[in-house]
Design a protein around this ligand. Sequence first.
Ligand code: ZN
Length: 237
Amino acid sequence: MGQEGGWTPRFLRPFNDWEVEEVERFLLTIQGERLNADVEDRMVWKETKNGIFTVKSSYNSLDHSCAVTFPWSIIWSPYVPTKVGFFAWEGSWGKVLTQDQLKRRGWTLANRCSLCCAEEETINHILVHYSKAKVLWDLVFSLFGANWVLPSTVRDTLLGWLASFKDKKHRKVWRAAPLCLFWTVWKERNMIVFDNEVLSVQRLKNSFVCNLFLWAKSSIGVGPFTLFNFVDWLGSC
Ligand SMILES: [Zn+2]
């Protein structure tokens, strides 16, 4: 085009790496495509077959992308009671009625965590960051002999909850463990709020291990074990 039109570029320089990459990507994209010179250029919506935008196709594409980033499979697990799955589901969407949610619904209250009385009460604080919840997280990791860095939210914790084990039963108990922990801390929180109980770390630990043991026996079929054998078995993964 420059030659035919008598046009001479005024600034010539070699392409930099970024430009070379862009050109390569462009050539790859158009590779194998046939251009029809008789048809005008037009915008095409890639989510429908005919290339025309519809709200339904847009919603479906968003819905699909949500499915990728939500921990469905670990929440709707056959290894924990259904009510626990519902609680984890609500927690992952930030819908549990902690004080921050009550404030958002118009309640007038000073948001103060019922467990530590220091931070604001949110579901991510209670289940992930709260110091006594961390004691339970440490217990989980030491029981399974795992090293882990917890993310900041309930949802990200479940999304990242992957580990390899030598057998399926260990993997199933591992997948039930965070839901068991959430449930145990939430029950403790409710005992303090509604029954005027005093926080007990020993009760937290006992409840967590006993719940996990009962669910593993009834839904996963580990054993026959005593509680002591179960703890021993967890560490053998
Ligand atoms: Zn707290």
